[in-house]
Design a binder for this molecule. Structure first.
Ligand code: NCD
Ligand code: ZN
Ligand code: ZN
Length: 356
């Protein structure tokens, strides 16, 4: 950031209350620990279904939603938008149930073995064609973790390969199916989404916008910067930033905040996922400010996702102040702790008011 830009930055900004279009809330004590971070910032969130066992039916989604609402601290207003975990065995009838429930907003496609808790995922997308056709009819979006899984494919190439092998054919076969490519990490994904029809959108995480793959190996192995898809090289990060601040409605906010207990990440086989809900809007504000693009934050964080899902935009406001604060080293996480993004470091923007 140059000095001129610093001078031009406002002391505070007020924007429409944002939504998080990709979030992991987990369950039970873990959920109770993290939920207030999200609910104090965001009006709504698309809640990922990768619990153990996964949320595969509308009935399971309805009871999970009830557990989330019961865990909300008094006075907090937050609407969890539920998703179903697509499997080889998802039934076509489930799509009608999901749509008619009024609480399920999408289905999530995890290629089997691609990421945390994806072992019940789809083994071959062709098996889901009848279900995808029903989703197209009922206007229920498909959210994708876009990585191929073969051990012969380099971990840094998995997203680009997924676009060519899976996504392009899928878009051609189901032209009216809404698809969100979640947590995109590459220039290839940005280009794909930009040239794709209006039915195709993408979410962008704080970590993929702010860190490149050096962060995984900065002076030694950094397990807290390990997430999937894995961080990519700087040129890809720049492409993601350009997409985020472009003002194009195809790109919107999805934190992918994915809490894991500290000891499961600082481990011989550490879990994938970064925790960002504690600063779920502040990190984006810092990035947009550094890029001289604060005027683009509200569309990205508060409008485009709602528009894509066909939901009303929020009317409440939040205010962020340009005042540095230091992220704690850990947050409580049930009987454990978790290490948040930017632990022990400063974030330049602070949430000071959130209307509900
Ligand atoms: C997520 C998780 O922990 O549930 N992890 C991650 O690295 N992003 C799963 C996912 O979103 O792929
Ligand atoms: Zn994912
Ligand atoms: Zn995720």
């Amino acid at each position: 950031m140059n000095i001129d830009q610093t001078v031009a930055l406002p002391e505070s900004i007020t924007i429409t209350r944002p939504d998080d279009w990709h979030l992991h809330l987990r369950d039970d004590a873990a959920m109770r620990a993290v939920l207030p971070h999200t609910a104090s910032r965001f009006a709504r969130a698309i809640v990922m279904p990768n619990l153990r066992p996964p949320i595969t039916t509308t009935a399971l989604a309805v009871s999970y939603r009830q557990r989330i609402l019961s865990a909300l601290p008094a006075g907090m207003v937050f609407d969890p938008l539920m998703t179903l975990y697509l499997t080889d065995n998802t039934r076509v009838e489930e799509i009608k149930l999901a749509r008619e429930s009024g609480v399920v907003y999408a289905l999530k496609y995890y290629p089997a073995g691609a990421t945390t808790n994806s072992d019940s995922g789809v083994t071959a997308i062709e098996k889901c064609y009848p279900v995808l056709a029903a989703m197209e009819r009922y206007d229920l979006p498909l959210l994708v973790h876009g990585e191929v899984t073969g051990s012969d494919v380099d971990v840094f190439d998995r997203e680009a390969m997924f676009i060519d092998q899976i996504l392009r054919p899928l878009v051609a076969r189901f032209p009216n199916l809404k698809i969100v490519m979640e947590h995109i990490t590459t220039q290839e994904a940005v280009e794909f989404v930009m040239q794709a029809p209006v039915t195709i959108a993408a979410t962008l995480t704080p970590q993929h916008l702010m860190l490149n793959r050096n962060a995984i190996f900065n002076g030694g192995v950094r397990p807290h910067n390990y997430c999937l898809p894995i961080l990519k090289r700087e040129s890809h990060r720049r492409a993601l930033v350009a997409a985020a601040i472009s003002g194009l409605p195809k790109f919107f906010l999805g934190t992918d905040s994915a809490p894991h207990a500290q000891h499961t990440k600082e481990n011989d086989c550490g879990c994938a996922g970064m925790y960002t809900a504690h600063a779920g809007i502040e990190l984006y504000a810092e990035l947009f400010a550094a890029e001289g693009a604060l005027s683009k934050l509200e569309g990205f964080a508060s409008f485009f996702g709602a528009d894509f899902y066909g939901l009303p935009r929020n009317t409440q406001k939040i205010t962020l102040k340009r005042q540095a604060w230091t992220v704690p080293d850990v947050y409580p996480f049930g009987e454990h702790t978790l290490v948040p993004m930017r632990a022990r470091e400063n974030i330049q923007w602070q949430l000071i008011a959130s209307q509900t």
